[in-house]
Design a protein around this ligand. Structure first.
Ligand SMILES: Cc1cc2nc3c(=O)[nH]c(=O)nc-3n(C[C@H](O)[C@H](O)[C@H](O)COP(=O)(O)O)c2cc1C
Length: 251
């Protein structure tokens, strides 16, 4: 198998890291590769905040619900949608920016996420381990304050990085036929849903999850425990407020 295929097919999220530091030159090499990712109109409307400082990590940790990777990983990277830099350039060059809207936030988020994922693949290719943190969008308002993010900048994801100190089992994926549609979307019948999710539902870890949480189905573990409506609505409203405060919802 070629090296790229091997990296892509054998990867897994790493949540435990050794104490070994990540060299500055290696980190810069990965960041350079990340910044070669495709970017809307070659505008590069994203920024990446590097956190290595222990005190800063301790400040960030509660905002990521105290997930231990934040303080244990040698490097924490916050990927931000960022129109601030580009807007400043426009204004300084007599151009009138029109980026204070939701579409521009989406554009900048997509740019930031493409850079993040490219960074992760580059890191994994060097034998490093990464973990994304979805808590970034939940607690964006507080992360903005800790990282001193100005108007026009919104954190969209965080990646913890370090040398792996674990090799967990790979987790399952849906079969490819569940994900792929030929030429146009073909909606799912109940029978297909049953077929596509059956492997996931029958796994021992899924059965264990259901038992531990006293739920009859695996889907209920998601809806009632892991990603609850009340939480989604609460964090969704907070994030919409962040977009307003950061100047992305003016039109
Ligand atoms: C946007 C995003 C947010 C995530 N947030 C978290 C997180 O907060 N904590 C965590 O432990 N893993 C997090 N993950 C990792 C996923 O749980 C993991 O990718 C998924 O279970 C599949 O496992 P694998 O990456 O090992 O294949 C996140 C992944 C993504 C893409």
């Amino acid at each position: 198998m070629d090296k790229v295929s091997e990296i892509l097919l054998n990867r897994r999220t790493i949540r435990k890291y050794s104490a070994e530091p990540v060299e500055e030159s290696l980190l810069n090499d990965l960041l350079n590769k990340a910044c070669r990712a495709s970017t809307t109109g070659n505008m590069q409307v994203y920024s990446i905040i590097i956190t290595r400082n222990e005190e800063k990590k301790r400040e960030l940790a509660p905002l990521h619900f105290n997930q231990k990777m934040v303080t244990e990983a040698p490097v924490v990277l916050t990927f931000c949608a960022d129109f601030n830099r580009f807007i400043k350039w426009c204004i300084l060059r007599g151009a009138e920016p029109g980026y204070d809207n939701f579409l521009s936030f989406m554009t900048a988020s997509i740019d930031a996420l493409l850079a993040a994922q490219t960074f992760c693949i580059a890191a994994e290719a060097k034998g490093l381990g990464i973990c994304y943190l979805g808590t970034t969008t939940y607690m964006a308002h507080k992360i903005i304050s800790v990282l001193n993010l100005p108007k026009g900048v919104v954190p969209v994801t965080t990646v913890t990085l370090g040398w792996p100190q674990e090799k967990p089992e790979q987790v399952d994926r849906l079969p490819l036929e569940a994900i792929i549609h030929q030429e146009s979307y073909s909606d799912y019948t109940a029978e297909q849903i049953g077929k596509f999710y059956s492997e996931k539902e029958e796994r021992n870890d899924s059965l264990q999850f259901m038992k531990e949480n006293n739920k009859e189905t695996l889907a209920q573990v998601f809806t009632d425990v892991r990603y609850k409506k009340a939480d989604n609505v609460y964090f969704s409203n907070m994030f919409l407020q962040v977009l307003k405060d950061q100047g992305f919802m003016n039109q």
